[in-house]
Design a protein around this ligand. Sequence first.
Ligand SMILES: Nc1ncnc2c1ncn2[C@@H]1O[C@H](COP(=O)(O)OP(=O)(O)O)[C@@H](O)[C@H]1O
Ligand SMILES: [Mg+2]
Length: 246
Amino acid sequence: MSHHYLKFDHVHYTYPNGYRALKDISFTLHHGDKAALIGTNGSGKSTLLLHTNGLLLPQSGRIDVGGVPISKQTLPLVRRTVGLVFQNPDDQLFMPTIEEDVAFGPMNMNLPPDEVNKRVQQALKDVGASEWRERAAHQLSGGQKRCASIATVLSMGPDILVMDEPTANLDAKARRQLIRLIQGFSHTCLIATHDIRMVIEVCNRVLVLDEGQLIADGDSQTVLQTPEVIEKTGIETEQFTPTLVL
Ligand SMILES: Nc1ncnc2c1ncn2[C@@H]1O[C@H](COP(=O)(O)OP(=O)(O)O)[C@@H](O)[C@H]1O
Ligand SMILES: [Mg+2]
């Protein structure tokens, strides 16, 4: 098994108010997998993603990133491997300018200034954000903020890229750019999304959450045509017709 795998092994998580958000989740992503995580609002997608880099720790079960079990002790190593783009970009942008936000991660990795600068310019270019690099987050639209938040993670060069609803708020051009970027990313991706057309285009694999339970996990075509998945997620199957896949 390559060192870029992500393994959930019987993971449970209950919020402090007693809500059981994840129930016995087990799956393994292998190097190069592009996996979608789908499910209705409140099914547990964001909660699951917050476990991939240790922002939430499982109350029982275990999560392994390339052979390293996630725990308080391994968090620095895990966070260099797993890059998580939050559902809300405002959680990721806190420096005076976008450029400084994108430089924050690589600077904390103690990379030489030339390398930091190279990564920052490349990440900004990859998401089409170079033009507004000197703006503050509050001067950007929702879609621009989303692109900037993705750049803050790309600049760290993650082996596993995890994104929470990355195409939300994006216009057609930015969405297309993001799809190309994901297609060109050679490592592992896990993407929570309602954008089924993107899933069909970029994901080889689909995981389905329903009320905190993983009800399906398999290749995209098979999972998206499973009657239980269609019923529980409400996905519209007309999206599958080839004419609609750009
Ligand atoms: N901090 C929290 N405290 C209590 N319950 C929460 C908290 N965050 C999320 N939840 C609940 O956990 C469930 C899963 O939420 P979430 O993972 O955000 O779902 P999704 O991303 O699929 O929309 C929801 O019912 C939500 O209300
Ligand atoms: Mg969510």
